[in-house]
Every structure is written in structure tokens, then in C-alpha cells.
Design a binder for this molecule. Structure first.
Ligand code: ZN
Length: 154
């Protein structure tokens, strides 16, 4: 009985160290203050993807309390120059489409939009990022002004 428990603890700690070493994944937070932060709560200004990654995954935890309709967050990646156009077009589609134009070729990746207490993930091929200036942002109306940062491969 006691040995089973030890084994379980060992397996759990192994799993978590594998998770932490996987740099083709990033965990971030969205807050009720209209910010993206890292898991330590520091403002997130940049996401850097190691060039060796074929696929990249972003997990976003909405650590706020407000519902999606008032404080929805998602993670969208486009060329920086496309942000305002995508948001302007997305507004017409409303929250049921996460304020994004469906199947828009300017969108490299987009998670679903979530409210407080929820989690969302998006995974995409890194090859979709070509040369140029890319950013991540939240497409909820007005949020991109505070919720955005550089997205780069290194
Ligand atoms: Zn948002």
C-alpha cells in the first residue's frame, strides 16, 4: 500500500518535469484586469518559440471571475500589421464567433474564447509563421490594446 503511494508520487513528479521541459508549449494567464501574464503573474510582452519546434502549443488559463460575455479572452496570432483589420472584421461576427472572421487567412492560430475559471489551448504548426512581424492578442472588443505582445521564433 505504502509503496504504491510512493510510486504514484514519483510518477507525478516525473510527469510534471517533462511538462516543464517541453519548450514547445507555453502556459499563460488571462485576467479580469484585461492582461496576459506568465504563470508567475508578470506581464507577458513576448512569446518566443524555439526554432526546433514543429508544433507550438499555447495554454491559456483565465484566472478571473467574470463571464465570457463581459471579460472574454482568447489567444490569436496574426501578423502585427493585420491585428486592426482582423479585429474590425471580427466585430461584425460577435461573441458567438469569438469576434473573429471565420476561416480568415490572416489568422495563423486562434484559441476559443473563454470566461473566468476556464482554460483554452491552441496548437499550430510553427511553419505557418513566415518572415515578418507577428503578434499575439485577445480579439474581445477593446482588449487588444492591453492584451498583446510580440510573437517570434528564435
Ligand atoms: Zn480578452
Amino acid at each position: 500500500m505504502c509503496c504504491k503511494k510512493v510510486l504514484l508520487v514519483l510518477m507525478c513528479s516525473l510527469a510534471s518535469s517533462v511538462w516543464a521541459a517541453d519548450s514547445c508549449t507555453i502556459d499563460i494567464k488571462g485576467t479580469d484586469l484585461i492582461t496576459f501574464t506568465d504563470m508567475a503573474g508578470k506581464p507577458l510582452r513576448r512569446i518566443t518559440v524555439p526554432a526546433k519546434c514543429n508544433q507550438f502549443t499555447i495554454n491559456m488559463f483565465h484566472v478571473g471571475k467574470m463571464p465570457k460575455t463581459a471579460m472574454g479572452h482568447n489567444v490569436v496570432i496574426t501578423k502585427t500589421a493585420d491585428i486592426s483589420g482582423v479585429i474590425k472584421d471580427g466585430m461584425r461576427y460577435g461573441i458567438s464567433k469569438d469576434y473573429l472572421p471565420p476561416k480568415d487567412p490572416r489568422i495563423v492560430a486562434a484559441s476559443t474564447m473563454i470566461g473566468g475559471g476556464a482554460k483554452t489551448s491552441v496548437q499550430f504548426p510553427v511553419a505557418k509563421i513566415k518572415n515578418g512581424d507577428y503578434s499575439f492578442f485577445c480579439s474581445f472588443i477593446g482588449h487588444d490594446r492591453k492584451m498583446r505582445g510580440k510573437f517570434e521564433i528564435q
